[in-house]
Design a protein around this ligand. Sequence first.
Ligand code: ARG
Length: 461
Amino acid sequence: MITIKLWQGRFNKDSDSLFEEFNASIFFDINLIEDDINGSIAHVSMLAEKKIISETEKNLIIETLNNILKDFKNNLITFSYSDEDVHMFVEKELIKRIGDIGKKVHTARSRNDQVCLDIRLFCKRKNEEIQRLLNNLIKKIIEIAENNIDVIMPGFTHLQKAQPILFSHYILAYGQMFYRDLIRFKNNYDLIDFMPLGSAALAGTTYDIDRFFVSKMLSFSSVTENSIDTVSDRDFILEMLFNIAVIQMHLSRIAEEFIIWNMDELKYIDIDDAFCSGSSIMPQKKNPDALELIRGKTGRVYGNLVSLLTTLKALPLAYNKDMQEDKEPLFDSVETCINSLLIITKILETLKINKENMLKACSYGFINATDLADYLVQKCGIPFRDAHFIVGNIVKYCINNNKTLDSLALEEYKQFTDLIDIDVYNEISLECCINKRKSYGGTSKESVLVQLKNLKEKIEN
Ligand code: ARG
């Protein structure tokens, strides 16, 4: 099929068909069609305001652009590689429908600033969506913490039992991470929120345009300052990709923990059937695929960040076609992040917390050994380093005699130091271990309630 390109004038030949396919971004940047059309509507409104085109022309262009979007959504128009990109596709469709008037849409504009506008509009929308999803996830975490405020579980370091903690304390740790992610997105929004159109190819334009008019119409806070920087800048995308990588890293950590906790050997939690799948050969299997995929997709999301960083490295100013490679990583990371956030929120909604198993797991593994050492310091006046050594010996004795710190008789304790008294049993009880940790941010119920209240106050309801 012979197609006339909108830029064909200078050329003697048609494009090589393989190159045409290689060059085309339409199959992915079609994602931007709504942003592209909204951008063009604002642009022609400004052109009319500045008397660069007439009111009648503007009205016809806007009406036609709206129809193109409607027809596209209803699958009444299709595109092919020869349409090159979304900008060419929309412009070609406009010209097809209204002829010469359609040819005026690109006055005082280049695809270089047009693509920047589209992608900033896209990033603003998706940024807001991700902020909403993070907010919902944090709300869900707060609700789970409130409903399980007293549940005790082992806290780990090196994936070895360390000290008892409240489950509410544990889950609120993720609340803090996702809250920081939310702040990072809010900060990123402020850097996206500059209107780029009017920078044209790179040097600005000879027409008497009003960039602030377009900015206001499209609800940007301000306009970009330097046209060369504007068409070359993809920092805001990099930052979004980084912010998504951090969210995905946080999600991957919780996914990993839930996968482990869901094992038969632990069963601290049960993941709902709706987020697991079976095996084609082993009838008994219920695999936590949703969580594994959240963990697995994190690798690709990191790759997307590195991919764009590498694309931009050493690119001379201003626009280069390399920059077309910004979109697939961005679209992929955004979609993965949105789906992962939606799924983890649903998994939390349906999560069964097996508090008996969590509690039982605290009864072995010498999880209260630090508290025994603290008892020797606080009640017996022994220096901490000596107390640590004595408790190490007691633990060794328990391992050799198959005992726990709670089941050791007072006479046995007294073999190590006769400063130990009957009150030791209360001091090393789980409740005591937890509720003595009243330091700000600690695991006592009192401290967790403060964390809960503070986080709740920062979140939108
Ligand atoms: N499809 C291109 C991109 O995504 C649009 C800008 C093309 N500009 C150009 N001068 N060829 O980067």
